[in-house]
Design a protein around this ligand. Sequence first.
Ligand code: ADP
Ligand code: MG
Length: 501
Amino acid sequence: MSAEPKQILKAAGISKTFGKSRVLKSVDFDIFPGEVHALIGENGAGKSTLLKILFGLYSMDSGEGALYIDGKSVSFESPRDAIDYGIAMIHQEPLVFKDLNIIENFFIGYINEKVVNWRSLEKTAAALANDIGLNAPLKQKMERLSVAEQQLVEIGAALVSNARIIFMDEPTASLTPNEVENLLGMIKRLKGEGRSIVYISHRLGEIKAIADRITVMRDGAVVGTHPNSDLSHDNMIRLMLGHELTLTRKNKQINKKAEPYFRAEAIGIPGIFDNVSFSVGKGEILGIAGLMGSGRTEVARALFGVTPVKRGRLLINGVPVKINSPNEAVRHGIVLLPEDRQALSLFLKQTIAFNATFLVPDRISDRGGWINRGREEALTEEGCGRLRTKYAGAQQYVEELSGGNQQKIGIAKLIATNPEILILDEPTRGIDIGAKEEVYKIIERLSEEGKCIIMISSETAEILALSDKVMVMYEGRPAAMIPGEELNEVNILSAAHDLAV
Ligand SMILES: Nc1ncnc2c1ncn2[C@@H]1O[C@H](COP(=O)(O)OP(=O)(O)O)[C@@H](O)[C@H]1O
Ligand SMILES: [Mg+2]
């Protein structure tokens, strides 16, 4: 006989298809008695779907895959079946009965009006509440409890059902640090009693603290299951993201002398982004990292007055300013290089001269208001020359230029306004590597000239190479503000994916 403990639950080859998308691809997963098994992976990796199948909330694709409890093949029609086999689930948003009280929620499913002895039920409930560290009055309705307390009630109910396996799907997402500590302590106790916990969290620190084994999921598949001690933070992030972490920060001199010049204080647009604060000094480059859709472009557009901020305030040199339109932005010395240069930044069917100068009609017209071709060309030459743009002549059409040279015209156009603050949204998207290097030099030179630069980029290498500090956005909120001296690929990517280290 083997001394190995037997798996209490084993899932083999589980798949799940929603419509056309196969969100679980032949997943193997198992649980030993008395272990904390962490399940990690980027959003959308399939973690919740797997647990929902193991809890009988979803059915797996039929014809493949099997579920075993204590070595016996089982199938779950509904959570009732899972509960009967000793499985319980604690939810991020507790699924409690809000208008029932604590006692009723503890014993939900076990209360039979006719037989119940309320006095003894109350006594048992009091002992249970004491046991799980729940201090609220037992007759309190659930809706009046905090999320942490409601979770404790769910745990209490799991204990009443004598669950051997407890699933927790991001239980700490909305808890305070103290509440997190309590929950982790609770999990250790449950484990000590021989129960098994499956624990989903983005917070890798928590995982490190409590997990025995860690299963990493990516794109609906299990990448691997490892003992906790075999995985470092870097390993976990690498496995979740599916690529090597190789980028290191170039030896950029961090600009620390910069006095704050442009500040955002808790700015937001309801439903779009919220609570964004930063300050950029003259000569400083603030990088904004994050996934596509995390709200970076929306912040840029708000700072430029395209869709003005609704909350918080903006200050330039300590003075609050209102920026309700791009015109107002330009008047305050703010310019934006939008991410979609072909649609938003340039008139492709117009000349280089037109594009490079149309923001500054005053600088190229005579007193009568007529465009002075000579001035227009001189200003174009000045701007484009500074950026080493390659073009045949000022009257050439922009659509004939390469992507990199188009981007330089876009920047030349901005520089013609003598801005103090440049917001660059994906300034090197879609341009070749040589042109990228040149754009980097331009950005560096502008910062050396004392401009405030805010640069959004999806390329971590670019963020690392240029930024004095980095704000990382996640789902419309700033997930991290990382000072230059602490910048590395791990902390940028982990904040961008909401993987708190
Ligand atoms: N009920 C559903 N209907 C359709 N697609 C779903 C449903 N639930 C989840 N998905 C999709 O399945 C994938 C995995 O989701 P999920 O299991 O919630 O991931 P995770 O919990 O790892 O963030 C995602 O692409 C998600 O959009
Ligand atoms: Mg989930």
